[in-house]
Ligand binder design. Sequence first.
Ligand SMILES: Nc1ncnc2c1ncn2[C@@H]1O[C@H](COP(=O)(O)OP(=O)(O)OP(=O)(O)O)[C@@H](O)[C@H]1O
Length: 320
Amino acid sequence: MIATESLSKRFPRVTALDRLSLDIGPGVTGLVGANGAGKSTMIKILLGLSPATEGRAEVLGLDVATAGAQIRERVGYMPEHDCLPPDVSATEFVVHMARMSGLPPAAARERTADTLRHVGLYEERYRPMGGYSTGMKQRVKLAQALVHDPQLVLLDEPTNGLDPVGRDDMLGLIRRVWTDFGISVLVTSHLLGELERTCDHVVVIDGGRLLRSSSTSDFTRTTTTLAVEVTDSDAHPDGTEALRAALTAAGVTLHPGVEDGLPGAGHILLLEASGDETYDLVRDTVAGLGLGLVRMEQRRHHIAEVFKTQQQEQEEVPAR
Ligand SMILES: Nc1ncnc2c1ncn2[C@@H]1O[C@H](COP(=O)(O)OP(=O)(O)OP(=O)(O)O)[C@@H](O)[C@H]1O
């Protein structure tokens, strides 16, 4: 879908992208980085709106330097900032964008109604957009990116300004753009955690440089850490501590501290699972103590943890 080779963009004072080489396939891909990392610059280059200083990039097999107009016919774009005219309704605006993309009037109206319904805008779509909430505006911006049935959409910070519920809704919609319509997505965010559930692949950039590009499952691969939560009992008013003592005596390595568990149950113990025998040992120990087993699960990495580790490693490299 997208391939870049040693792509750089230098402004007089800042290098926004620094020799970035990427290969992004179909599905939902997250482009993540702190503010100023170069995400918007990358999107503008991919759309053929801003020339790269060096290197090359292809979108859907088309060269961004020479085929910008063809790329924009096949790619939808949701800009980061508010760009909606306040006096027109969502329907008028999205029909206009559909017509600009070359759809005939009847098809433009039909696609607009379908797309606005898909993003969850119903009666409100006839009201002027100036009175819309941020969430509604983000939905209109997403709708106009989808209305001409592109093969790929580039979404720049679509969850910006949304509260946690609005953010979850938007992430669900983005996921469905791929699963329901087969339209690939490149979505930028400065929040790593968001992308974990939404994306198949994550690209992390920092200061215009590639930190990591891999599938989300590689980021969140399972660890050898086992999380165990038990109930208390009359004989063991602190079931968690009783289990900790019994497992330590049985030679299991436990991580220090406990995490909060489910309301009404105990805390969560974290221990090293050397193999299946650890599972059996935990089960038998819990049963032997007469406690209830609430959970026993293998922990997964969170993307943010992996990212933190990488940053720490880089910071720990001694200066030469
Ligand atoms: N037209 C420009 N002229 C000069 N510098 C620019 C220009 N556009 C972007 N930059 C600089 O390039 C760097 C990358 O900016 P970019 O907007 O791509 O970052 P970003 O990751 O999208 O962050 P944000 O989410 O805050 O927009 C920043 O340091 C920015 O100040």
